[in-house]
Design a protein around this ligand. Structure first.
Ligand code: SF4
Length: 219
Protein backbone atom coordinates (compact mmCIF):
# COMPACT_ATOMS: atom_id res chain seq x y z
CA UNK A 1 0.00 0.00 0.00
CA UNK A 2 1.25 3.48 -0.78
CA UNK A 3 -0.05 6.96 -0.03
CA UNK A 4 2.73 8.53 -2.09
CA UNK A 5 2.57 6.98 -5.55
CA UNK A 6 -0.85 8.27 -6.64
CA UNK A 7 -1.58 11.87 -5.58
CA UNK A 8 -4.44 11.94 -3.07
CA UNK A 9 -5.25 8.23 -3.38
CA UNK A 10 -4.58 5.05 -1.47
CA UNK A 11 -2.87 2.80 -3.96
CA UNK A 12 -0.74 -0.24 -4.53
CA UNK A 13 2.08 -0.42 -7.04
CA UNK A 14 2.91 -3.11 -9.57
CA UNK A 15 6.49 -3.10 -10.87
CA UNK A 16 6.96 -4.49 -14.37
CA UNK A 17 10.30 -5.99 -15.39
CA UNK A 18 12.52 -4.72 -18.17
CA UNK A 19 13.30 -1.27 -19.53
CA UNK A 20 14.60 0.15 -22.79
CA UNK A 21 16.61 2.82 -20.93
CA UNK A 22 19.67 2.42 -18.72
CA UNK A 23 19.60 5.61 -16.66
CA UNK A 24 22.79 5.60 -14.57
CA UNK A 25 20.86 6.80 -11.49
CA UNK A 26 18.11 4.14 -11.81
CA UNK A 27 17.26 2.77 -8.40
CA UNK A 28 15.56 -0.32 -9.82
CA UNK A 29 18.58 -1.79 -11.57
CA UNK A 30 17.59 -5.35 -10.63
CA UNK A 31 14.14 -4.79 -12.19
CA UNK A 32 15.69 -3.44 -15.36
CA UNK A 33 18.25 -6.17 -15.90
CA UNK A 34 17.01 -9.30 -14.05
CA UNK A 35 13.49 -9.40 -15.38
CA UNK A 36 12.75 -13.05 -14.74
CA UNK A 37 13.49 -13.01 -11.03
CA UNK A 38 10.78 -12.69 -8.38
CA UNK A 39 7.90 -12.69 -10.84
CA UNK A 40 4.38 -12.63 -9.38
CA UNK A 41 1.68 -14.60 -11.18
CA UNK A 42 -1.08 -12.46 -12.70
CA UNK A 43 -3.60 -14.66 -10.91
CA UNK A 44 -2.01 -13.71 -7.59
CA UNK A 45 -2.19 -10.02 -8.48
CA UNK A 46 -5.90 -10.21 -9.24
CA UNK A 47 -6.64 -12.20 -6.06
CA UNK A 48 -4.84 -9.43 -4.15
CA UNK A 49 -6.88 -6.74 -5.89
CA UNK A 50 -10.19 -8.57 -5.47
CA UNK A 51 -9.59 -8.69 -1.71
CA UNK A 52 -8.86 -4.98 -1.63
CA UNK A 53 -11.87 -3.67 -3.52
CA UNK A 54 -13.22 -0.75 -1.50
CA UNK A 55 -9.98 -0.47 0.49
CA UNK A 56 -7.63 0.73 -2.24
CA UNK A 57 -8.54 3.50 -4.69
CA UNK A 58 -5.93 2.94 -7.31
CA UNK A 59 -3.23 0.81 -8.89
CA UNK A 60 0.05 2.33 -10.05
CA UNK A 61 1.77 0.49 -12.87
CA UNK A 62 5.46 1.26 -12.70
CA UNK A 63 8.71 -0.28 -13.82
CA UNK A 64 10.98 -0.80 -15.50
CA UNK A 65 9.01 0.54 -18.42
CA UNK A 66 5.40 -0.71 -18.38
CA UNK A 67 4.77 0.28 -22.02
CA UNK A 68 7.07 -2.56 -23.10
CA UNK A 69 4.52 -5.09 -21.83
CA UNK A 70 2.65 -6.59 -24.77
CA UNK A 71 -0.47 -7.28 -22.67
CA UNK A 72 -0.64 -3.87 -21.00
CA UNK A 73 -4.01 -3.01 -22.55
CA UNK A 74 -5.73 -6.21 -21.44
CA UNK A 75 -4.06 -5.98 -18.03
CA UNK A 76 -5.43 -2.45 -17.55
CA UNK A 77 -8.87 -3.58 -18.75
CA UNK A 78 -8.93 -6.25 -16.04
CA UNK A 79 -7.87 -3.79 -13.35
CA UNK A 80 -10.47 -1.28 -14.52
CA UNK A 81 -13.19 -3.94 -14.43
CA UNK A 82 -12.53 -4.19 -10.68
CA UNK A 83 -13.20 -0.47 -10.32
CA UNK A 84 -9.71 0.84 -9.60
CA UNK A 85 -8.15 4.02 -10.94
CA UNK A 86 -4.87 3.43 -12.79
CA UNK A 87 -1.74 5.54 -12.79
CA UNK A 88 0.94 4.83 -15.39
CA UNK A 89 4.60 5.60 -14.68
CA UNK A 90 6.54 5.83 -17.94
CA UNK A 91 9.71 7.12 -19.52
CA UNK A 92 7.61 8.43 -22.42
CA UNK A 93 9.39 6.59 -25.22
CA UNK A 94 6.21 4.89 -26.46
CA UNK A 95 3.77 7.75 -27.21
CA UNK A 96 1.41 5.50 -29.16
CA UNK A 97 0.95 3.19 -26.19
CA UNK A 98 0.12 6.14 -23.94
CA UNK A 99 -2.29 7.58 -26.52
CA UNK A 100 -4.01 4.22 -26.96
CA UNK A 101 -4.49 3.74 -23.21
CA UNK A 102 -5.86 7.27 -22.85
CA UNK A 103 -8.20 6.92 -25.83
CA UNK A 104 -9.69 3.78 -24.30
CA UNK A 105 -10.06 5.45 -20.87
CA UNK A 106 -7.85 2.78 -19.37
CA UNK A 107 -5.61 5.11 -17.37
CA UNK A 108 -6.45 8.06 -15.14
CA UNK A 109 -3.07 9.60 -14.38
CA UNK A 110 0.30 9.60 -16.14
CA UNK A 111 3.64 10.36 -14.50
CA UNK A 112 6.27 10.76 -17.19
CA UNK A 113 9.99 11.03 -16.54
CA UNK A 114 11.76 13.80 -18.39
CA UNK A 115 15.34 12.71 -18.05
CA UNK A 116 17.11 15.91 -19.03
CA UNK A 117 17.34 18.72 -21.59
CA UNK A 118 17.15 17.40 -25.18
CA UNK A 119 20.91 17.80 -25.66
CA UNK A 120 21.73 15.57 -22.68
CA UNK A 121 18.93 13.03 -23.09
CA UNK A 122 21.03 10.10 -24.33
CA UNK A 123 23.68 10.71 -21.69
CA UNK A 124 21.04 10.68 -18.96
CA UNK A 125 19.02 7.73 -20.31
CA UNK A 126 22.25 5.73 -20.72
CA UNK A 127 21.28 4.78 -24.26
CA UNK A 128 20.51 6.34 -27.66
CA UNK A 129 17.01 7.83 -27.48
CA UNK A 130 14.50 8.64 -30.21
CA UNK A 131 13.90 12.19 -29.01
CA UNK A 132 10.90 12.59 -31.33
CA UNK A 133 9.04 10.01 -29.25
CA UNK A 134 9.80 11.87 -26.03
CA UNK A 135 8.65 15.15 -27.58
CA UNK A 136 5.47 13.49 -28.87
CA UNK A 137 4.60 12.14 -25.40
CA UNK A 138 5.27 15.50 -23.75
CA UNK A 139 3.16 17.38 -26.32
CA UNK A 140 0.36 14.86 -26.04
CA UNK A 141 0.19 15.02 -22.24
CA UNK A 142 0.49 18.81 -22.15
CA UNK A 143 -2.43 19.14 -24.54
CA UNK A 144 -4.66 16.36 -23.25
CA UNK A 145 -7.15 16.50 -20.41
CA UNK A 146 -5.71 13.49 -18.56
CA UNK A 147 -4.20 14.24 -15.14
CA UNK A 148 -0.45 14.10 -15.44
CA UNK A 149 2.87 15.18 -14.07
CA UNK A 150 6.42 15.27 -15.37
CA UNK A 151 9.32 14.42 -13.12
CA UNK A 152 13.07 14.60 -13.20
CA UNK A 153 15.46 12.83 -10.86
CA UNK A 154 18.14 15.45 -10.32
CA UNK A 155 21.74 14.22 -10.20
CA UNK A 156 24.68 16.54 -9.65
CA UNK A 157 26.84 14.88 -12.31
CA UNK A 158 24.06 15.06 -14.96
CA UNK A 159 21.99 18.20 -14.36
CA UNK A 160 23.04 21.82 -14.02
CA UNK A 161 20.71 24.78 -13.62
CA UNK A 162 20.74 25.38 -17.37
CA UNK A 163 19.42 21.84 -17.95
CA UNK A 164 16.75 22.16 -15.27
CA UNK A 165 15.55 25.43 -16.78
CA UNK A 166 15.41 23.83 -20.24
CA UNK A 167 13.25 20.99 -18.87
CA UNK A 168 11.00 23.51 -17.11
CA UNK A 169 10.44 25.50 -20.30
CA UNK A 170 9.85 22.28 -22.25
CA UNK A 171 7.00 20.99 -20.07
CA UNK A 172 5.51 24.30 -18.89
CA UNK A 173 2.80 24.88 -17.71
CA UNK A 174 2.31 21.26 -16.64
CA UNK A 175 3.37 20.10 -13.16
CA UNK A 176 7.04 19.22 -12.93
CA UNK A 177 8.64 17.56 -9.90
CA UNK A 178 12.36 17.66 -9.27
CA UNK A 179 13.07 14.52 -7.32
CA UNK A 180 16.08 14.19 -5.07
CA UNK A 181 18.48 11.45 -6.21
CA UNK A 182 19.08 8.80 -3.55
CA UNK A 183 22.07 6.54 -3.76
CA UNK A 184 21.50 2.85 -3.04
CA UNK A 185 22.99 -0.56 -3.60
CA UNK A 186 20.66 -1.07 -6.57
CA UNK A 187 21.64 1.93 -8.75
CA UNK A 188 22.95 1.19 -12.25
CA UNK A 189 26.07 3.37 -11.87
CA UNK A 190 27.90 3.98 -8.61
CA UNK A 191 29.46 7.28 -7.60
CA UNK A 192 26.60 9.70 -8.40
CA UNK A 193 25.57 12.46 -6.02
CA UNK A 194 22.53 14.50 -5.03
CA UNK A 195 22.46 18.26 -4.68
CA UNK A 196 22.12 19.61 -1.15
CA UNK A 197 18.61 20.57 -0.03
CA UNK A 198 19.40 24.31 -0.22
CA UNK A 199 20.79 23.91 -3.76
CA UNK A 200 17.65 22.05 -4.85
CA UNK A 201 15.48 24.80 -3.35
CA UNK A 202 17.47 27.49 -5.16
CA UNK A 203 17.30 25.58 -8.46
CA UNK A 204 13.55 25.13 -8.02
CA UNK A 205 13.01 28.86 -7.39
CA UNK A 206 15.00 29.71 -10.51
CA UNK A 207 13.01 27.22 -12.61
CA UNK A 208 9.68 28.58 -11.38
CA UNK A 209 10.48 31.62 -13.55
CA UNK A 210 10.22 29.26 -16.56
CA UNK A 211 7.36 27.06 -15.37
CA UNK A 212 5.05 28.16 -12.55
CA UNK A 213 4.34 24.57 -11.55
CA UNK A 214 7.79 23.29 -10.59
CA UNK A 215 7.95 21.54 -7.22
CA UNK A 216 10.43 19.54 -5.19
CA UNK A 217 9.87 15.97 -4.08
CA UNK A 218 11.79 13.77 -1.68
CA UNK A 219 13.84 16.60 -0.17
S1 SF4 B 1 15.03 5.06 -14.19
FE1 SF4 B 1 15.56 4.74 -16.35
S2 SF4 B 1 16.42 2.65 -16.47
FE2 SF4 B 1 15.32 2.83 -14.50
S3 SF4 B 1 13.28 2.08 -14.90
FE3 SF4 B 1 13.19 4.31 -15.20
S4 SF4 B 1 13.58 4.68 -17.37
FE4 SF4 B 1 14.22 2.55 -16.91
Amino acid sequence: MTLLDYPGKVACTIFTGGCNFRCPFCQNASLVTHIDEDKIDEEEIFEFLEERKGKLDAVCISGGEPCLQKDLVSFCQKIKSLGFLIKLDTNGSFPNVIKNLVSQNLIDYVAMDVKNSPEKYALTAGIKVELENIKESIDFLKNSSISHEFRTTVVKELHNLFDLKAISKWVSPSKLYFQQFRDSEDVIKKGLHAYKKEEMQKNCQECQKDCPNVYLRGI
